[in-house]
Structure formats: structure tokens, C-alpha cells
Design a protein around this ligand. Sequence first.
Ligand SMILES: [Fe+2]
Length: 212
Amino acid sequence: MKPSIPSRRALIVAAGASLLPLRPSLAAGLVATPAQTEGPFYPTSFPADMDNDLVQVRGQAAQAMGTVLHLEGRVLDLNGRPVEGALVEIWQCDAQGLYDHPRQPGRERRDSAFQGYGRMLAAADGRYSFRALKPVAYPGRAPHIHFKVATASGGLLTSQFYIAGEPGNERDGVFRAAARDPRQRERVEMKLAPAPGLEAGALATTMDIVVG
Ligand SMILES: [Fe+2]
């Protein structure tokens, strides 16, 4: 039997279709991660160690207090394509709710074994990963992890991740403004699962960051 050859018409249709801009219904149709305030605690100076392991500060024997959270995912564009080389930064308070920041009351009591801030470049497939802490609440805020993504093409997204199912989310004005619709909520709520294969006692979550 002869292999079927696409008709001339089919070829013309296919060629034409590839020139058309993607209609929203044909694009992967990913919902962008909603932007949220940077807040007052973005570092004013960066720690000497600012790798993607916030739980271990280089040169220190002690590990940070708190529950380890392996946070990983991909940086994607609205069509689901990986955004290679995006700079991903995260920052969060320590297990006592204290930031390493001049505006933080009680900063001197902070856990000096916690790095508090880390950064990395997304890989060719958009992957990023951090060894962070399960975030804790501090006065006025539900638990959250701040993050910023700067793309090579000049895009910048500043936002925050929360813990799915945390009752405090609904009382948090920043969360409520960002998660107006269920698909946006999915972008900022981390579903935490035990990760014994990675590390005893640790949790893990996968959060893709979709930049518009
Ligand atoms: Fe914060």
C-alpha cells in the first residue's frame, strides 16, 4: 500500500495556519502568575552566600531552624515555553518570622544559620529549584515566600507563594487581591507533600511560574 500523501489543499492550510498568530484557545492558554507587592523586606544588601540553598549557609555547621521545603518548578511563558536563563530570586523570614532586614524589629534575634535570600538562573528547560523553609506566619500576614523573576528579554515579575489550605490565606489582603480566580490561586498556592526520598522530614512542592 502506498503511503498517503497529504493533499495540496491540506499542505496549503497547514502552511497558512502556521503563519497565523495563535488564538487564545489554541495557545497553551496558561494563566500568568499574578504580580504581588514586593513588600518592605527585599534585601538592602545581599548575603555573602546567595545560592539556592537557604537552609545551609556556606561555612556554617548549623542548619537553619524550621521545616525544609524543596521548592521547584519551571519558568514558562504564556504559551508554555520554558524561559531559559531567567533570574529567579526568593526571600523569606526565618522560622521565628524574622527577616534579615534593617526594618525588621528584633532582627538581632534572627536565625543566623538561615540564608533568608537566594537566587539562581533557570535552566534551558526553565527549571529552577530552592531548598527553602516551609513559610511561617508573622503579624498581619499569612505564611508566604517572596519571589522575583527577571527574564533575559527585560520582563520582571514580583510575587509571593502561599500554602494551599492555610486558613490565614483568606484573611490576607495581598493573597486575596492576587488570587481572584481559581486559576490564579493555583499559581500562588503551594501544595506541600512529604519528600522523604529527598530529605528526611522535608516537604516538597512544584510551582511553575508563568510570566506574561
Ligand atoms: Fe513577607
